[in-house]
Design a protein around this ligand. Structure first.
Ligand code: SF4
Length: 241
């Protein structure tokens, strides 16, 4: 258990906590490998940055510029975490103690000072992050209400769907021969984090990508030594990562 976990305590949905954002920027520092940027977060962020005039035309450019993959499991299953900069490991989007992507910040940032832990069947344990004691004064915030405002249905659906596919992906990755694991990882990154057209609806692409990823990994588990390795005729497994 790391320090961050030690500073988190469960709260009931009806519980009220004193919380006020003091705009000190403290919760955006010392964040190395700790703020997840999931695929839905990145899709929204890409569209936001593009609307602000940034040259963003694909999802993998957002991940490559602003995040880095962090393996969660020996299989290579990875999530992306926001990059940090400077001696205090500040979030790459923090400037003058202000978040520069406020309307499109990741769901983990919107939820702060709360976090959620899925229990299954659409239920969650609510957690309160206690590591910045000076935040806990000011107006009263009810956990349930905070969640309703900052953890909308689309985010809940995404979290549940994404976590739902994880065990199958891990199982298949573990079955793939060691020599092909790197190629499987590239396939994983491509379908889970890169193969999105910003001008098409997110969910249709996400579901198609997950189906293709599972089919591709399944195919790779059947590779025998000496077989031709799985790949796309159109070269679309070149992710740029
Ligand atoms: S995205 Fe914004 S709110 Fe989240 S850690 Fe970075 S600066 Fe802070």
């Amino acid at each position: 258990m790391d320090d961050r976990q030690l500073n988190v305590k469960p709260v009931s949905p009806s519980q009220r906590v004193d919380f006020r954002c003091t705009r000190c920027g403290a919760c955006c520092r010392h964040l190395r490998e700790s703020v997840p940027l999931n695929t839905l977060d990145a899709f929204r962020l890409a569209k936001h940055l593009r609307a602000q005039g940034e040259k963003i035309n694909c999802l993998d450019s957002v991940f490559a510029r602003f995040a880095e993959p962090v393996p969660l499991h020996e299989s290579g299953y990875s999530v992306y975490m926001l990059k940090t900069a400077g001696p205090d490991d500040a979030c790459i989007f923090l400037q003058n103690n202000r978040c520069t992507i406020q309307p499109a910040k990741p769901s983990a940032c919107r939820l702060y000072p709360f976090a959620v832990e899925p229990k299954g069947d659409g239920l969650y344990t609510y957690l309160l992050s206690m590591e910045k004691p000076h935040h806990f004064k000011g107006r009263q915030v009810q956990a349930r209400r905070w969640m309703k405002e900052n953890f909308p249905k689309e985010d809940r659906e995404f979290l549940e769907t994404d976590l739902g596919t994880a065990p199958d992906i891990v199982r298949l990755l573990m079955k793939i021969p060691e020599a092909e694991r790197q190629q499987a990882w590239v396939l994983f990154l491509w379908y889970k984090y890169a193969n999105f057209d910003l001008d098409r609806p997110f969910w249709e692409q996400y579901r198609q990508n997950m189906a293709k990823l599972l089919a591709g990994l399944n195919q790779m588990t059947k590779i025998e030594k000496g077989d031709i390795v799985y790949g796309h005729k159109d070269g679309t497994n070149q992710t740029g990562f």
